[in-house]
Design a protein around this ligand. Sequence first.
Ligand code: NDP
Ligand code: MG
Length: 380
Amino acid sequence: MRRTLSILGSTGSIGRQTLEVAQALDLPVAALTAHQNAALLEEQARRFRPELAVCAGPAAAADLKVRLADTPVRVAAGPEGLLEAAALPAADTVVTAVVGIAGLEPTLAAVRAGKRIALANKETLVCAGELVMDQAEEYGAEILPVDSEHSALFQCLQGCRDRGEVRRLILTASGGPFFGWSREALAEVTPAQALKHPNWSMGAKISVDSATLMNKGLEYIEAMRLYHMPPEKISVVIHRESIIHSLVEYCDYAVLAQLGAADMRLPIQYALTWPERTPGPVRPLNLLECPSLTFQAPDLDAFPCLGLALEAARTGGTATAVLNGANEAAVGLFLAGKLSFPGIAQRVALALERLPAVQKPGLTEVLGADQAARALVTDL
Ligand code: NDP
Ligand code: MG
């Protein structure tokens, strides 16, 4: 089936790579959205001719409207514009590539419109995973992972008749740019160092999350929600080479792994073509040129964010929204030069300690927990 796309966050790292896949597979694009980057959105809109282009920022939207005045592309603004792009009748597939909790309400809108969702925006499942998965079932929306680890798990689960046969999901982690560093050395880390990932080129927020290992913690919660797995059936292993993207261990101890080049266009493409596979823009993996594959345990002492995420996962309810909100605010402060690298984990820990978890939260409780966590982190 040839899918028509609405891409939320098309100017970001995942959004741009999604457009490369769309171009390679000749998939039509019905909507594109950005936050502030009207110049790039204009360029994309001229190339892909969507029905709708949205800038969440009102000034950027006004600018975009002028830029696209000579085209038939309709321009919309604000969070409402994002919701419209998420539920646009012309699109059957919504790629959620917005960063942070800003992706939550548009994802819910796409779910309620019964779309296929190619989900990159992991923060949505971390904050409100149970709510989103329940609604997806109710509205018949498919949620397919774009995150490479979750796509790997999804691929390894394709032959699985019964989830009861799964013993463990094993998430691989590159370890980020500071693998092997001591706590003392990590105290001096600068934003420029944290933004340099050894294996992947990504947006700023997820690059910092990869450096603190919070990204793996968020992915742990994402895996629990996507695959309905309890925390004790998920584990994390450091695999520096980023060639195995994750593994599934079955009850007979058979272990299935998905391997491939470290290229996000492969998981993006699979979320768009599943259950089919097609040739695309990704280069092949040459096993004869692969480095040796290595595996190690994560260092929870030097990288406390991973442990904090596991703790929030076990607490459940709004604890995961607090974890995410506190982390988003702390990463923002770190990138602005106002907080040290270890300060990120310290503030997230304080937020989890001080804010009580509400179980079975609705959207209002999730958004409230997010706001409270941000306020706490910013005011400290
Ligand atoms: P980027 O920062 O590169 O891009 C973010 C996109 O979202 C941009 O289009 C940006 O617009 C838009 N955006 C940012 N804030 C808002 C907002 N408040 N309202 C509306 N739109 C907004 O991020 P990435 O592409 O790296 O990541 C996107 C998501 O995918 C994240 O959740 C991340 O965790 C996940 N992910 C990313 C991977 C990667 O390789 N990059 C891998 C796996 C998951 P503008 O350009 O105008 O600022
Ligand atoms: Mg990932």
